[in-house]
Design a protein around this ligand. Structure first.
Ligand code: GUN
Length: 283
């Protein structure tokens, strides 16, 4: 039997419908959740992501604005802008679109954002809160993946999760979140020997490599849930994931497609974090 498809686009729409109601109530109480996105330079992918964030915010009633700055913007100028946003009580969420130009130190910028407005969940304070299980902003893609698994009632506790990829944005935090849910977690990466030996043991396989179709049926345990985080644009302009979907769907029990998989969930979780920021974290 082919795998059940976890449709991220549909799930994202359901969550956005719920958020729209919540935001409408907050607005009646005089609280308008507000997200400010800072975009530096002309990276087409970044521009497209930022446009998507603005559109999704509008759909749910969240106020948003984009501060667009030229590629030549100095680190000092960016830090000054972040200070102003930190001090502006009308702004609840701040997101600086990555990657930044090479002359700007990314980690310094991330650490300059007020942790209570860090809707990306990248600030070390929020990473610490996540590891210790405190209320925080969970990084959006990992948060989206866990939400997708839970939407299908896929068992996490006691299951062996294998993650390919160890980025700060996806691989590392998704492992931590699933560990918090009592999974047994294995991290694989570019230096892992005998990758297939690990992936074949996975009850839940999370692939965040960034290369098209690198994982085929031979890497997948029959009945596994396969989450494909990759978004790769092929020469013909079409989008494809890191997993060979046509092969994998005949082996897995659940699978996320690309597009309409993890991607739409990432933006949706950002909106959830923005509402959380407007309401304030539990102390
Ligand atoms: N660039 C690619 N993904 C992300 C993300 O989740 N947050 C930010 N700030 N930049 C990104």
């Amino acid at each position: 039997m082919p795998a059940e498809i976890i449709n991220g686009k549909e799930l994202a729409q359901q969550l956005k419908d719920n958020m729209k109601e919540e935001v409408s109530k907050l607005r009646e109480e005089g609280l308008i959740p507000h997200l400010t996105v800072v975009l530096i330079g002309d990276n087409p992918a970044s521009k497209s992501y930022v446009k998507g964030k603005k559109k999704a915010s509008a759909e749910t009633g969240i106020a948003s604005d984009i501060i667009e700055l030229p590629e030549s913007t100095s680190e000092e100028k960016l830090l000054t802008i972040i200070t102003e946003l930190n001090n502006n009580p009308a702004v609840h969420g701040i997101l600086v679109q990555l990657p930044l130009p090479e002359h700007i130190a990314e980690q310094k910028v991330i650490e300059h954002i007020d942790p209570n407005k860090d809707v990306d969940g990248f600030h070390p304070v929020n990473i610490g809160r996540m590891i210790t299980g405190k209320d925080t902003f969970l990084p959006c893609t990992p948060f989206g993946i866990v939400t997708m698994l839970k939407s299908k009632n896929i068992t996490i506790a006691g299951q062996h999760v294998v993650i390919i990829g160890r980025s700060n944005i996806v691989g590392k935090p998704v492992g931590q979140l699933l560990l918090n849910e009592n999974a047994t977690v294995t991290y694989c990466h570019s230096k892992t020997k005998d990758l297939k030996e690990f992936t074949k043991m996975a009850d839940i396989l999370i692939v965040a490599v960034g290369k098209p179709n690198v994982i085929n049926a031979a890497y997948i345990k029959p009945g596994a849930a396969v989450i494909d985080v990759g978004i790769n644009r092929l020469e013909n302009g079409s989008l494809t994931g890191d997993v060979d979907f046509d092969e994998a769907k005949d082996v897995a029990s659940y699978i996320t497609p690309v597009p309409r998989g993890v991607g739409p969930m990432t933006i949706t979780m950002l909106l959830q974090n923005t509402i959380k920021a407007a309401k304030g974290l539990e102390s």
